[in-house]
Design a binder for this molecule. Structure first.
Ligand SMILES: [Zn+2]
Length: 462
């Protein structure tokens, strides 16, 4: 009994109580890094983080004590409401970390900092860097970035060889404002570069401790606040992405019937219910039911083809589910985009295709030597060879070979099936083409065999 109680006491004492409730803002500019990796690198053991996807002006920060901001993208300025949210949070004792730099085209974060007496000039610092105040003696790791110009309200925390600050802190009301060059923090989407973690964590924790949070109260993410039904689709966006939403929906409607045509089927049941407009030019993602589209991908709306390809790609993922394609799950999605672009008469579609096949031929001139399934097969080989295979299948078994494939896949794969291998895939292609395609794939150096798939019996005999 006593032992048991001791155990409970011990557990209770060792369970960490978070002292930091942080909000990583991804509403001004979305990056996978800010979507949780910053927290993993610097605050994992001490804090709980949620992301803000919605307009900053509507963000509830009552149970948060740290707001993490980036310089943002000039297409989405920090609006007056966002600035009010930031200012009120600071005056209420919250800590704001702004990671931003001077640039030829100023980042919107620069305008936010101006009202607090900081300028972000487009001036590179000079090594070495030196910690001051609470960072005295710390090792400073610095990637690329710019210096800060500050008024006397600021306390520099890191300076360059010419005593110009790259990180500084000031009081605003009861709260702390930290301004630092982006080059002091990690950036990799896999969180593998926690530079300066030794001092970043204590710096943030100490500053945030000014405002108490209630760790028992749920710390929830904030989603985009606008949603609109457009046909079968729920489009999701916030104030800053609103002006892109309509044009992207228009492209989606243009693309969809062509995707339906080239695949010969509707998206899998339950897929593509939502389309989220992401504040980025960096691409998109798909979770099947929700596709997320970078608002200014490929210089949209000035250029259209990249958006056609991206939407087709992300939507294409929802067409192949619930059985993701082996090996070429990513290339097939882009290939669907190429087919759609072609049907829309866009010359960039064939240019994209030819460019990628040429890259593969540099590695494997006749595309019959390298097994794309082997470990370490180069990405360019996998992508180019995939396109080549699909083009060949169309010329030998078309027209509409891709549609026949998708239809055969839907018909053959039973619900509850586990996995979908390249052997399975070639069996399905064989059924679609009405011909045993294993020898043909083997002639192109694919290691595929009918005896390794339960669908082998369905492969047509010669
Ligand atoms: Zn993808």
């Amino acid at each position: 009994m006593q032992l048991l109680m001791l155990g409970i006491v011990f557990l209770a004492a060792s369970a960490p109580v978070p002292t930091v409730h942080s909000v990583s803002d991804i509403s001004q500019q979305f990056t996978f890094y800010m979507d949780g990796r910053f927290h993993r690198q610097y605050l994992q053991d001490v804090g709980k983080d949620v992301r803000n996807w919605g307009s900053l002006s509507k963000l509830d920060l009552s149970n948060a004590n740290l707001l993490i901001l980036t310089g943002g993208d000039p297409r989405i300025p920090y609006d007056a409401g966002a600035c009010q949210t930031i200012d009120a949070f600071l005056h209420g004792g919250g800590t704001v970390l702004m990671m931003a730099d001077g640039a030829r085209v100023p980042q919107p974060g620069a305008a936010v900092m101006q009202r607090y007496g900081a300028e972000l000039p487009d001036i590179k610092p000079k090594r070495p860097f030196r910690g001051l105040d609470q960072l005295e003696g710390e090792e400073i790791n610095f990637r690329r970035g710019r210096v800060l110009t500050l008024n006397e309200d600021w306390t520099p925390l890191i300076v360059d060889a010419k005593e110009r600050p790259v990180l500084a802190r000031r009081q605003v009301g009861a709260g702390h404002l930290l301004l630092g060059s982006r080059g002091l923090f990690g950036q990799k989407p896999d969180a593998s570069d926690p530079i300066n973690a030794d001092w970043v964590q204590p710096l943030l924790v100490t500053a945030a401790s000014t405002k108490a949070i209630d760790p028992k109260k749920k710390h929830r993410r904030t989603w985009v606040e606008h949603r609109r039904e457009v046909g079968p689709l729920m489009v999701e966006y916030h104030d800053g992405t609103e002006r892109f939403a309509d044009a992207i929906v228009e492209v989606y409607h243009e693309v969809r019937p062509h995707l339906r045509h080239v695949t010969g089927v509707e998206p899998s049941p339950g897929m593509i219910k939502n389309m989220l407009i992401l504040p980025t030019g960096g691409g998109g993602f798909s979770s099947g039911a929700r596709i997320a589209i970078g608002a200014w991908w490929g210089k949209f709306p000035e250029s259209r083809y990249p958006m056609v390809e991206l939407i087709s790609h992300e939507a294409g993922h929802s067409w192949v589910l619930p059985y993701a394609e082996p090996l070429w799950n990513e290339p097939i999605a882009t290939y669907l985009g190429i087919l759609v672009g072609r049907r829309l008469g866009m010359p960039e579609a064939d240019e994209t295709l030819k460019r990628q096949i040429a890259k593969a031929r540099k590695l494997d001139p006749d595309l019959d030597a390298i097994n794309p399934l082997e470990d370490g097969a180069p990405r360019d080989l996998i992508w180019g060879k995939t396109y080549h295979v699909f083009e060949e299948l169309e010329s030998q078994h078309g027209p509409g070979s891709m549609a026949k494939y998708f239809q055969a896949k839907r018909a053959l794969l039973e619900p509850g099936r586990k996995g979908y291998s390249m052997d399975d895939c070639v069996a399905v292609w064989s059924v679609a083409a009405g011909e045993d395609l294993f020898p043909w794939f083997q002639s192109m150096a694919f290691d595929v065999r009918p005896e390794r798939t339960d669908l082998g019996a369905r492969v047509p005999n010669p």
